[in-house]
Design a protein around this ligand. Structure first.
Ligand code: SAM
Length: 187
């Protein structure tokens, strides 16, 4: 059979209408952005959160919020399709999410972060699949805040074998969000 790229019209016709879309079951993934200042990263993460049908995106502290022209350019409007909320205190938010037994995971290179290769087995041992997995991503310059790291059940890092100290936050989000989705969809 011919393998061809679908054009915009073909892609659109494969989509649900807005009302049916709103009724879809969402995945137990919650995204928390800890004072992100680069609109491109925020938009990219919105777009990805919509793609995986995440439950919610929280924008905390100094994170730039929609409406914002630069967010919109990289999100291609995805913030319209996903529930999001601004909350000033990430500490209060995490405490509230923990009270609902969500599993709190920070993406960061820290003194006790585990290597990404062990992420799957951590989820195997610790995740109740009926609960939410909360993924926290940190600010472009100084990373996930100390308060958030201390409240996390796990900090996970993507190994860097080269000379750089860190990766772009939306690159890390792509890897972790899709890995988490893969885990949720596995038996
Ligand atoms: C550019 S980094 C923050 C700067 C970093 N703390 C530094 O000073 O080198 C922005 C965010 O991207 C994510 N990040 C970057 N590199 C990462 C890695 N290797 N593993 C996990 N998360 C990473 C984290 O969420 C981090 O808070």
């Amino acid at each position: 059979m011919e393998n061809k790229q679908l054009n915009k019209q073909e892609l659109r016709s494969s989509k649900l209408n807005k009302e049916s879309f709103k009724k879809l079951n969402r995945n137990n993934i919650v995204i928390v952005l800890d004072s992100l200042k680069v609109a491109h990263n925020i938009g990219t993460i919105f777009r990805m959160s919509d793609a995986v049908l995440a439950k919610k995106v929280y924008l905390c502290g100094d994170t730039i919020t929609p409406p914002n022209y630069k967010i919109r350019k990289s999100s291609v409007g995805a913030e319209r399709w996903i529930d999001w909320e601004y909350t000033e205190s990430i500490e209060d938010l995490i405490k509230e999410l923990k009270s609902k037994n969500s599993l709190i995971i920070s993406a960061e290179v820290s003194s006790n972060s585990i290597d990404f290769s062990k992420y799957n087995s951590f989820l195997n041992d610790n995740l109740d699949k009926s609960k939410d997995i909360v993924l926290i991503f940190g600010r472009e310059y100084d990373g996930v805040s100390k308060e958030a790291l201390e409240l996390s059940d796990l900090t996970v890092h993507l190994p860097i074998y080269g000379m750089s100290n860190s990766l772009n936050v939306s690159t890390v989000a792509s890897v972790l969000i899709y890995k988490t989705l893969e885990y949720i969809n596995s038996n």
